[in-house]
Ligand binder design. Structure first.
Ligand code: NAD
Length: 371
């Protein structure tokens, strides 16, 4: 299949940039999916792809996902992503990331990068030496640091919305919540849930993490192979994707699924099935947008308080998704896409009619650029 055929098969991307610098061994692809709402933001993944086509498909898919996530989150951002082809363990150098930074800079703010799988804060520091169009830089350089506390706070907000919608209650107090995965997001979520008075069940494949949280919060441990079938009100997947699949769906006993993990549904058809089963699914990219909100605040000039405050919007965003699902008689996974598409269309057209009035993020970064 030709390159343009692959691109059009995976969405209506505005721009795809192939970056090549032989002297430093850089091969990268930047995909700008949509800038109707603002500059395209999304992290840079460094991965040893089997072939170049896989890398292209990955960056196309991920950048499209970012458009929907930012739009549904109500942010003035579009969707973009970058991939660097190579081994993150052995092929990272200062020169490679600075060369990549120069390519990012050449897009003059149409694309803003960040960390992703295989890249970290140190790499973004090198990118920042060449371009201001980067987030996820260290706190002491004006960056926003670790996004997971904000992601977890947003998950609590989305979970609270789901509880209101499904159970008519104002909080998670007294409800049984099963948390799968006690990493960066899951561990913060457990703390938030305990503070809110929920009865928390926890699980991780790493027994040390379970032990630590049981000791700290007196929560109930459960074996990893049992957690998806836990007798609970809410299941909060905070580990890997595809947890709702052919095998697990029949075992679910929860009334709500609301967690931080990406790509919770193995396939879209499981979203329809959850609807038929009467289980309220809180779409992953809507409920886990707190980290993206945190990065957005970095663009405006970072404040941790403002960032935490912004995560409250996840409550309303989830409520909007549930309302659209009811209005259209569709699953919440479909409703989330509709929420994003409706905003891209209405606000995007507005911005086209008034092209001089760019988003505030754009203006602030431009000021950085002038310094
Ligand atoms: P992490 O790597 O810190 O934590 C993942 C945890 O899941 C680990 O403790 C791991 O041992 C555990 N785990 C793996 N398989 C498991 C299983 N079968 N059963 C139980 N536990 C298992 O990752 P994270 O940053 O906390 O992210 C968790 C999820 O949230 C991922 O899907 C990620 O893409 C998504 N997410 C994270 C953020 C963020 O701010 N970090 C933002 C948006 C989405």
């Amino acid at each position: 299949m030709g390159t343009f055929e692959i691109i059009s098969k995976h969405g209506e991307h505005e721009q795809v940039v192939f970056c090549n610098d032989k002297s430093v061994g850089l091969k990268a692809i930047i995909a700008v999916h949509n800038t109707a709402l603002g500059p395209a933001l999304g992290g840079t993944r460094m991965w040893n792809y089997n072939n170049e086509e896989d890398a292209l498909i990955d960056v196309l898919r991920l950048s499209r996902g970012m458009t929907y996530k930012a739009a549904a989150a109500g942010l003035n951002l579009g969707g973009g992503k970058a991939v660097i082809l190579g081994d993150a363990k052995t092929q990272k150098t200062e020169a490679l990331f600075r060369a990549f930074g120069q390519f990012v800079n050449s897009l003059n703010g149409r694309y803003i990068t960040a960390e992703d799988v295989g890249t970290g804060v140190k790499d973004m520091e090198y990118v920042f030496m060449e371009t201001p169009w980067v987030t996820g830089i260290p706190k002491e350089m004006g960056g926003s640091g670790d996004p997971s506390p904000y992601t977890a706070r947003g998950v609590l907000m989305g979970m609270t919305a789901a509880v209101k919608w499904q159970l008519g209650k104002d909080s998670v107090r007294g409800l049984r919540v099963a948390v799968q995965g006690l990493g960066s997001v899951g561990s913060h979520l457990v703390r938030n849930l305990v503070e809110e008075g929920a009865k928390v069940i926890i699980s991780d494949i790493d027994p040390e993490k379970v032990k630590r949280l049981v000791a700290e919060y007196k929560v109930e441990p459960m074996a990893p192979e049992q957690i998806l079938a836990a007798d609970c009100d809410i299941l909060a997947p905070c580990a890997l994707g595809a947890v709702v699949n052919e095998q697990s769906i029949r075992k679910l006993k929860c009334k709500i699924i609301a967690g931080g993990a990406n790509n919770v549904l193995a396939e879209a058809r499981f979203g329809d099935q959850l609807k038929e089963m009467g289980i309220l699914y809180t779409p992953d990219y809507v409920i886990n947008a707190g980290g993206l909100m945190n990065v957005f605040v970095e663009l405006e000039g970072y404040s941790s308080d403002r960032s935490m405050d912004k995560t409250k919007h996840v409550y309303d965003n989830c409520m909007n998704v549930f309302s659209i699902a009811k209005r259209d008689g569709v699953g919440t996974h479909v409703a989330a896409d509709r929420l994003a598409e409706e905003r891209i269309l209405s606000v995007g057209q507005l911005r086209q009619r008034h092209p001089g009035n760019s988003s505030r993020a754009f203006t602030t970064l431009r000021e950085v650029f002038k310094r």
